[in-house]
Design a protein. Structure first.
Length: 95
């Protein structure tokens, strides 16, 4: 089992895909560029691409920064709950 709080999926690969997809949807819903979020989170743009694709784990400090930027609880970022419901909050807020 994965050790991230709130993750109730069977493997790390599954958790990486869930987290990566949420990051991508939040970023796209806000209209922000990949480079902007990568720089904000303190990681390389290529690393963020790999994270969004679910091929690489998102470091916890990076995930915390991204969750704070979009005002999403960390538990929601790591939970397999519906992704579109997270993005509704982002779409309604100005960038």
């Amino acid at each position: 089992m994965n050790t991230l709080p709130g993750v109730s999926v069977g493997t790390t690969d599954e958790a990486n895909k869930i987290i990566g997809r949420k990051i991508r949807l939040l970023r796209c819903a806000s209209g922000e560029e990949l480079q902007t979020i990568a720089q904000f989170a303190g990681i390389d743009q290529r690393d963020l691409q790999e994270i969004e694709a679910g091929r690489k784990a998102c470091p916890l400090p990076c995930l915390i920064k991204i969750a704070q930027r979009y005002d999403v609880p960390l538990g929601d970022m790591t939970s397999p709950r519906s992704i579109p419901s997270i993005c509704q909050d982002v779409k309604s807020e100005p960038v």
